[in-house]
Ligand binder design. Sequence first.
Ligand SMILES: NC(=O)C1=CN([C@@H]2O[C@H](COP(=O)(O)OP(=O)(O)OC[C@H]3O[C@@H](n4cnc5c(N)ncnc54)[C@H](O)[C@@H]3O)[C@@H](O)[C@H]2O)[C@@H](O)CC1
Ligand SMILES: [K+]
Length: 493
Amino acid sequence: MYLVTSEQMRELDRHAVTSLHIPEIVLLHLAGKAIADVLVQRGPRGHIVVLAGKGNNGGDGYAAARWLKHYQYSVEVVSLVHPETLTGSVALAAQSAIAAGVPVRVYSGQPLPEAQLYLDALLGTGQNRPPADRLLQMLESLAHTSTPIWAVDVPTGVDTDTGAVYPGAVQAVLTIAMAAQKIGTAVTPGCLQAGEVVVADIGIPILHNPSFATWIEPAELAARAAYRPVTAHKGLAGHVAVIVGCLPGAAKLAALAAARSGAGRISLLTASAIEPPLPDMLMIPVNGALRNSLPEGAVFLMGPGMLDAWPIEVVWSVVESGGKVVLDAEAMDAWLSAPEERRLADPFLAERVVLTPHPKECARLIGWTVDSVQKHRLAAARRLSQQANATVLLKGYRSIVNSQQSVSVNPVGGPSLAVAGSGDVLAGVIAALLAQGLSAYDAARLGCWLHGRAGDRLARRIPAAACMASDVVQELPQALTDALGVKMKSTDK
Ligand SMILES: NC(=O)C1=CN([C@@H]2O[C@H](COP(=O)(O)OP(=O)(O)OC[C@H]3O[C@@H](n4cnc5c(N)ncnc54)[C@H](O)[C@@H]3O)[C@@H](O)[C@H]2O)[C@@H](O)CC1
Ligand SMILES: [K+]
């Protein structure tokens, strides 16, 4: 499912209006009907107050009010501007609502009328600055209400393209998105304001565009990675070589996760013996230079438990060896410390190298504060992907995978994954998927979906506070079963 920006949505709107000859006012009426229908199915039956702005988002609100009146609801509109000052399709939608008998009052700072539900049709994809003046005053009074708020298309105060949240932003329990979900309501912090998001089909075709972001949908990726012909042998499922740092526990977790995610063979490259030994893994002792011990054709995983165990040049030589690589923790810093011309030398590097930073690591690597990374996660992931010339998985709720032009958002995963070692597990899963033939972008996408799903499964049995990373490993086979069996939707927790 696509996640669109305001500009991409405008193009789709334009296509519907100019090429398909659907007048804009018809789209507003269809949007209004879609909103009213969701309200009939799921909303309260009492008085509904529609808060309408001056743009087409307000037009959707007026049209919804007209439909609600038609469905015999008690409904009124509180408008930010006088309806007579409205223009174009919004003016038509307002006239239609007024003609149908919907009362309209102009907001001038008075307390909002009591309601069973407020419908936020103040601003949608056209919002381009923080709310101020009268609008902010209305938003502040909404912030103190216990009445549920539903947002039309995007909650007012949430940036459609970045998910940034402005002061006063509407806290919705449900957002009804027109034609396609807007990306700002899919990523944090915007998604936390949007509540549940329902996409309403109002007849605008979503013409495929390769630059659309998407939700991660695991079925096809999982089927590709996990396919085993009856004649399968371990050589077909690849080889993951985990390079062990000074904290071997992290590498062991990653190796176990790789084993539970389908890697044919797993080796631990280690300078000192691992106790107790892992019976399912091969130990490759490293005596002297690591580069002389690298097994041919393996996918390398570096970073978990590494600290400063391996010199920077070793990380560079692993990346430049031409194979697939997952870099986590300090191994990412090592790669980012390579001179730019060295990092950018291979134009296809992002197809085989994955970086898995958490927000603090991402901030350190691109020189931002953690706060700005968290407020602009899409931009931060893109920046790091460009700087590192690699696929980047920015961890955290609604993880983002960015590979140069392509962006995906993970719908699954939650606080049960916020535990030490969880990142090592994720890195191991991704390495295993790379070993089974997926590209860096696909392995990162499926990897974070499986990891998230495993965490969500766990959360059904154990409180998040009591989860351990090794519990997540145990859930991975079931998460893979879920990914393969399309019967469970990607957003079904
Ligand atoms: N264009 C179309 O064909 C359709 C539009 N639809 C609806 O229309 C919305 C987009 O409509 P618009 O492009 O008119 O945009 P909006 O309705 O979001 O509002 C844009 C207006 O608000 C002003 N504005 C922006 N930020 C502001 C702020 N912080 N404070 C005060 N004013 C601010 C802008 O200058 C502009 O005048 C969508 O979100 C969707 O709800 C849909 O119903 C489908 C059809
Ligand atoms: K809105």
